[in-house]
Ligand binder design. Structure first.
Ligand SMILES: [Cu+2]
Length: 507
């Protein structure tokens, strides 16, 4: 469980040793092609390959990545509602992996969680994921095996967009936000193996520093490079507007840290996690948006105010290390200097947009459960109701047993002092109350909810998709440190028999 604490110390000493060395050789830009997508009316077949490849994040930093279709982010999968999508996945890595389509409604056997819904896809093997693209929205796909390493450090993530049939934006762009650790990368370059480092790994080097430095402080030191659409130079993600057009920006937090997005132009938040906000009002007062790990927001901009703006993006807790300005530029506005604006307040989704009666959901609660988010071992491991999933056995965690058809109400309380973006697999949930107060704005339908320190939420979902589904923190280190629970439909038998001997690591 303390794997990363050991890594951190090792990285520090290595960094000192590496100081002054030349940056890694530069590699060429990678491009993706339509070659991997076949369209036949509503049948879409995507070839998706995970492979090892070098990726240039910036002039001074390139990673030995594990990439989807040789691209970072992985090749965008963009389909239209009503499409039948088949993703033929091949694992060309030396590592076992699997693909999870985050937020996309799928059958349990297509959820891509090793050890829960399938056995991990071994090197050289393939797996076909079948997805009915019924619900439009901004989604993403990523490995659900050892995510801290595979997704964050190595790059196994990409966007998955289901367009509405009448999608009519002139500009429609995905902006994926993540971070990498240049320290960790230097370790990789120096050929340091991290796999042998289990809970005791590197422990002989563990000092009082480790004992005294909580997990999240170590993370702040380690993750020092904000990555936007695979690059650390935000100018490469410049958004161009034409006066009079309507633009859609789909922000995806594919990283670990909660990001703040500050847009110095009037805008609306039209979707949370791909699901529509009811009659959202235009935001004109420099309200920032906090986006937890795995959360998405769709922003709509009416381009009626020409200029050269800068969208500031920074880590909520680590703005010194992780911050960038993405240009938002009208045609013909060539100025280098970008208009930015300090955040005056933060969007509170519980009161944004227009309310709609949804009392009906609450009439018929069958099952009331609780998830108390806690911490253990001085901030190095994380718990749900005092329980942890053990990395090696995928066992020991909280299990919620429910019946098919149940309306389930869950109270989530964060008793730690860090954010926990909680992700429910298999169903969307509705957020009914925050800190004891009913949601007063638009109904909120989400698959991931960032629960900040001290916050308490009530969520409700209808159990209409039988399976074994994870409910876990999407900060992969917290998940790897135990913050994983499971929702099991009574009587459900998984399609694939889970092999206890397979190297499944479902976090
Ligand atoms: Cu967490």
């Amino acid at each position: 469980m303390k794997r990363y604490a050991g890594l951190f110390l090792l990285a520090l000493s290595l960094l000192a040793a590496c100081a002054g060395q030349d940056p890694a050789d530069q590699t060429e830009e990678k491009s993706t092609s339509e070659d991997n997508v076949e369209r036949n009316n509503n049948n879409i077949t995507v070839s998706l390959e995970a492979e090892e490849s070098k990726w240039s994040i910036s002039e001074n930093l390139s990673i030995n990545g594990w990439l989807y279709n040789d691209s970072l982010p992985g090749e965008e999968i963009r389909v239209t509602e009503g499409d039948q999508v088949k993703v033929n996945f091949t694992n060309s890595l030396d590592e076992p992996t699997a693909v999870h389509f985050h937020g996309v409604p799928v059958d349990n056997k297509m959820d891509g969680v090793p050890g829960v819904t399938q056995n991990v896809v071994m090197p050289g093997e393939s797996f076909t994921y079948e997805i009915d693209a019924t619900l439009p929205g901004t989604y993403w796909y990523h490995s659900h095996q050892n995510g801290a390493e595979q997704v964050i450090d190595k790059g196994l993530y990409g966007s998955f967009i289901i367009e509405e049939e009448d999608n009519n934006y002139d500009t429609d762009e995905v902006i994926m936000l993540s971070e990498v650790s240049s320290m960790m990368n230097k370790m990789d370059e120096a050929g340091m193996e991290r796999h042998g480092m289990d809970s005791e790994g590197g422990s002989s080097h563990m000092s009082e520093m480790d004992e005294n430095m909580a997990h999240h402080d170590q993370m702040k030191e380690m993750y020092d490079t904000l990555v936007i659409n695979g690059k650390s130079d935000p100018k490469l993600s410049e958004v161009n507007l034409r006066e009079g057009e309507k633009a859609k920006l789909r922000f995806v937090n594919s990283g670990l840290a909660t990001k703040v997005i500050a847009i110095p132009h009037d805008f609306k938040v039209t979707h949370y996690d791909g699901q529509p906000v009811n009659e959202p009002e235009t935001i004109t007062d420099h309200t920032g948006i906090r986006l937890g790990s795995a959360e998405r927001v769709d922003i709509e901009i009416d381009a009626s105010d020409p200029g050269a703006y800068g969208i500031e993006i920074f880590s909520n807790d680590n703005p010194e290390n992780l911050q960038a300005v993405v240009p938002l530029r009208y045609e013909g506005e060539e100025k280098e200097e970008l208009v930015t604006q300090e955040v005056s307040d933060y969007l509170d989704i519980s009161s944004y947009g227009t309310s709609k009666d949804q009392e009906d959901i609450l009439q018929d609660i069958d099952n009331e459960v609780e998830a108390v988010l806690g911490t253990n071992d001085g901030g190095h491991t994380y718990t749900i109701n005092g329980k942890q999933m053990e990395t090696d056995t995928a066992d020991g965690h909280e299990i919620y047993e429910i019946e098919d058809g149940d309306i389930v109400k869950m109270k989530i309380t964060n008793e730690t002092d860090v954010d926990h973006p909680m992700h429910l697999h298999g169903s969307f949930f509705k957020v009914m109350a925050k800190n004891g107060e009913k949601v007063s704005g638009s109904p909120i339908k989400k698959d991931t909810l960032n629960v900040r320190p001290g916050e308490e939420y009530e969520i409700v979902f209808k159990a209409d998709n039988p399976g074994n589904w994870l409910f876990h923190c999407h900060e992969f280190h917290h998940a790897g440190g135990g913050m994983v629970s499971e929702i099991k439909y009574k009587g459900f038998e998984p399609a694939e028999t889970i092999d206890p001997g397979a190297p499944n690591q479902p976090e």
